[in-house]
Structures are given as structure tokens and as C-alpha cells.
Ligand binder design. Structure first.
Ligand code: 13P
Ligand code: SF4
Length: 322
């Protein structure tokens, strides 16, 4: 199996291309801020004002006061969160069709029916879901705070965790809470297998394996650390190891290369290839980002009632994880 290994940029980032310079010029003209998820391409990460995981970017979107426009380089539910927490801003997503298979695995009508049949359930919704699903939840969580959020759910309530069964079962294993799981999963993260990871370990003995909690249980069990993408950055900075096997979406490695000097990163292998890219995250390109800043479109528009209903469980999350 051929593995992809990436070295740190050691502070020397590739020079900007003319298209990247055009984006930065337009960004200034529009008084825009670019927030990019860790799974965006290296070219997009290079022009972003902020990079982060879903949790960090939610706080940044909520706190943004100076810009007129937020351009969210990520997928639809993330840009929707930015609009929910900051309704006065124009929120743009370069490609409106950039969705998420995990978010799609839970639809609001089905969840409403489950809630109607089980009115005592306390619904914890992973942030990877639509605004309509958020509006039905009691509290939202991300992979970065899921354990902390679940621990604060009133003890006398039975928890339904939607839509990711893998993150949900990981949280159950980290807490004493019994959790009912919605049968959803991320098509990209479930592709990792123990066999491939053990092969990678054999090629890089001593390299810690860092896995995202959206991976299946057997993969999580063989990892040295299960955590959100943001925590991976801190771990790689602080660990004495010099090589790491990163079991999540491959573009995560660009952030690590840019911000963790002197180290090496092995893209977590899957059965079919040595890389693993999210097809939705990949829809955003520099060209689409440039067009979106130029045209101030596509824009996230939300019904105000829905926005307010979805805001309550999101606000609860932001308050509970401070
Ligand atoms: P983070 O919670 O680390 O941002 O990862 C979530 C994810 O899978 C984005 O789709
Ligand atoms: Fe959704 Fe998976 Fe892509 Fe994340 S990596 S946006 S969970 S499909």
C-alpha cells in the first residue's frame, strides 16, 4: 500500500497565485471575512482569515462584528450556522449544493415523528444537520464538545443522539449516559479500516494514530487519540512524536503542515486509496470563491421563525461549552 506523507511547510508557505491575490483584493473591497473549515483545500486555506473546526468557526461567526459579509468555505450546514448565530450579516457559501451526507441522513419530518412518539426524549443533535433538524433539538454539539454537552443533559432524561451513530456511540463510551442512536454516518469517515491503519503503523512505527470520532468503533478503538480536527492540531504541536497518522478527511493535513513545524503527516489510508477527501467540501474551489465575492452570491437565506427556533439549541451549546 502506497501512503501519502506530507512534510511541514516550516513557516514557508507557497507564494500566492494571481487568483488568490484577486480573492484577497475582492475580500477587502467587500469588507468580507473568510472562514474556512479544516477540510478545505490547501489553496482555499491559504486565503482564509480563520481556519477551524465546526465549534471554533461557530464562535467566530457569532463574534464577527466588523465585516459586512461572512464567506463560509465549508458545507451548507456550517454556513447556515453562521447565519443562525449572526442574522444581521450577509452569509455566503461559494457552492450552495455543497451538502453533507451525514446531515442528509436525518430529515426533520422523520425526527419530528420520533419525537411525537417519544415525547420524553432529550434530543442532542450533532451540528452536522439542517436548520430544520436543529430546530427540533434540545441542544447541539460538535465533535469538539460532544462529551461535555452530553454530560450536562439532565440526568432524568433519555438521550436521542442524531444524526451520527459513530460520534454518538463514542460519546456514550466516554460518559455514563445511555444514548439512543440515530442510524446516520459520514460516508467518508466510515471508509477507514483497522487493517489499513495497522499497515500504516507498520510502515511508521511509533507514529500516533489520530482518528475523528465519525470513524467506526473498531477504528476508534485502535487509535491513540479520538478527537475533533482542532484538537488534532494541538496534539501534534505538543506531542514529542515527529510523524502522525491522520485518520480523517485528507485536507486536514494542509492545516497541520502550515501550523505544526518540523513534523510529518501520513494521510490515513482507506481500503481503496491512501487518501480520503469529502466530495462536498471539494465542491468549493478558488474560482467559485472569487465568483461568490464578486457577485455576493450564493447567499444563505433563512426563514426568521426557523432561524430563531434553531438558534435556541445552538445558543445552549455555545453557553454550555464556554
Ligand atoms: P469537526 O467537528 O472537527 O469540525 O469535524 C466535523 C466534520 O466532519 C465536518 O464535516
Ligand atoms: Fe459531511 Fe462527512 Fe463531508 Fe464532514 S466529511 S462534511 S460529515 S460528508
Amino acid at each position: 500500500m502506497e501512503l501519502k506523507v506530507f512534510d511541514s511547510f516550516n513557516g514557508v508557505l507557497p507564494p500566492l497565485t494571481p487568483l488568490q491575490e484577486e480573492i484577497l483584493r475582492l475580500k477587502k473591497e467587500r469588507n468580507a471575512v473568510i472562514l474556512a473549515h479544516n477540510y478545505q483545500s490547501a489553496e482555499i486555506q491559504r486565503v482564509a482569515d480563520y481556519l477551524g473546526d465546526s465549534l471554533g468557526l461557530s464562535y467566530l461567526a457569532e463574534a464577527e462584528k466588523n465585516a459586512d459579509v461572512i464567506v463560509f468555505c465549508g458545507v451548507h450546514f456550517m454556513a447556515e450556522v453562521a447565519k443562525i448565530v449572526n442574522p444581521a450579516k450577509k452569509v455566503l457559501l461559494p457552492v450552495l449544493e455543497a451538502g453533507c451526507s451525514l446531515a442528509d441522513s436525518c430529515n426533520a419530518e422523520e425526527l419530528a415523528a420520533v419525537k411525537a412518539a417519544n415525547p420524553d426524549l432529550y434530543v442532542v443533535a450533532y451540528i452536522n444537520c439542517s436548520a430544520a433538524v436543529k430546530a427540533l433539538a434540545d441542544v447541539i454539539c460538535t465533535s469538539g464538545n460532544a462529551k461535555r454537552i452530553v454530560e450536562q443533559v439532565p440526568e432524568d432524561r433519555e438521550i436521542l443522539f442524531v444524526p451520527d451513530q459513530n460520534l454518538g456511540s463514542w460519546v456514550a463510551s466516554q460518559t455514563h449516559r445511555k444514548i439512543k442512536l440515530w442510524p446516520g454516518s459520514c460516508y467518508a469517515h466510515v471508509m477507514f479500516s483497522v487493517e489499513q491503519i495497522e499497515e500504516a503503523r507498520a510502515q511508521y512505527p511509533g507514529a500516533p494514530v489520530l482518528a475523528h470520532p465519525e470513524c467506526v468503533e473498531s477504528v476508534r478503538a485502535c487509535a491513540d487519540l479520538v478527537c475533533s480536527t482542532e484538537k488534532m492540531v494541538n496534539y501534534c504541536k505538543e506531542s514529542p512524536a515527529d510523524t502522525f497518522i491522520i485518520v480523517t478527511e485528507t485536507n486536514m493535513i494542509h492545516r497541520l503542515r502550515a501550523q505544526v513545524p518540523g513534523k510529518h503527516f501520513v494521510a490515513g489510508p482507506t481500503a481503496r486509496c491512501a487518501c480520503n477527501e469529502c466530495r462536498f467540501m471539494k465542491m468549493n474551489t478558488l474560482e467559485r470563491l472569487r465568483d461568490c465575492l464578486r457577485d455576493l452570491s450564493p447567499e444563505i437565506i433563512l426563514d426568521e421563525n426557523l432561524r430563531q427556533t434553531a438558534h435556541a439549541p445552538l445558543k445552549r451549546m455555545l453557553d454550555w461549552s464556554k
